[in-house]
Design a protein around this ligand. Sequence first.
Ligand code: NAD
Ligand code: LMR
Length: 340
Amino acid sequence: NPTRPQMEEGAALRPAACRAKGGAPGFKVAVVGAAGGIGQSLSLLMKMNPLVSVLHLYDVVNTPGVTADVSHMDTSAVVRGFIGQQQLEAALTGMDLVIIPAGLPRKPGMTRDDLFNKNAGIVRSICEGVAKSCPNAIVNLISNPVNSTVPIAAEVFKRAGTYCPKRLLGVTTLDVARANTFVAEVLGVDPREVNVPVVGGHAGVTILPLLSQVSPPCSFTPDEISYLTNRIQNGGTEVVEAKAGAGSATLSMAFAAAKFADACLRGMRGDAGIVECSYVASEVTELPFFASKVRLGRGGAEEILPLGPLNDFESRPGEGEEGAEREHSEGRVLHEQVRS
Ligand code: NAD
Ligand code: LMR
């Protein structure tokens, strides 16, 4: 049975038209993996977003409880829950934006690529559902390893004949949030006033904060650059180790995903000048996918902005960092496997 919140026996429900919140235009958004650590907080945050008129929560377990809970928030989005593969089609039909935080998280000692075998299959089946039920939806892909799940999603959509690179966005906003936070700590300013572009990818040395392009303009000592780069690249591992086996970043990730989804929705509405970093199909470098600043518009990533001038450190990052390098090289091998 769909996990739509039930009325009490005998209770009167007025026609749906009476419950439309002032007829305000809104978008239909699905969270896939909604019962997970990220999914639950993200569902809450999307229920708070006034641009969302309909919120579908899908997972393979536990969606009835999450749906009942979130649906009692007195914000305008209408919430419906869906559980299990047989309800995936209903969950996705008609969606404008699909946010995917489904899949296993890391434990201490693992790289993100260690999640590949399990999460590749999960992302593949969800994207097959997207291709079938909402082929024009914009997809925000959170599941790790992002450097490989985004290329997998692209291959699924190509096979289905629905691929549009502008609509497939890997979520790297948490790297930007961490960079803003750590830079603000060093500068002694409010993190909301700081914007650090983070480019490359979402694993180890592929996470490259452009500290030479921080807004507002500022400069750092070599020690500060080394500390900040290392802390930003290892922010995920910092959380995984602190959680000591209980998972990876969920709360900060939900916050970052909600910010990114809100930017996508504002772009879809037609707002001008919406620019965020995201891991997308790209011609900025020789790599087929790369995270960089993109301009979000009605169709998704409407424009991929150039990297801008890099200093010597940013042009040759990560030399000698063997652990991170291993994650990077595994990611490249996996890309090639997926593409062949
Ligand atoms: P979690 O285990 O708490 O939740 C994952 C949820 O996915 C579970 O509820 C599970 O039932 C669900 N799920 C599994 N298979 C599914 C399927 N086929 N369809 C729908 N749902 C399915 O994990 P989490 O901490 O929420 O992390 C989720 C993913 O996000 C992990 O892969 C993690 O590595 C990744 N992550 C990415 C970033 C990023 O910056 N992009 C940050 C943090 C975590
Ligand atoms: C993160 O950066 O927090 C996520 O990619 C989760 C992880 O495994 O580190």
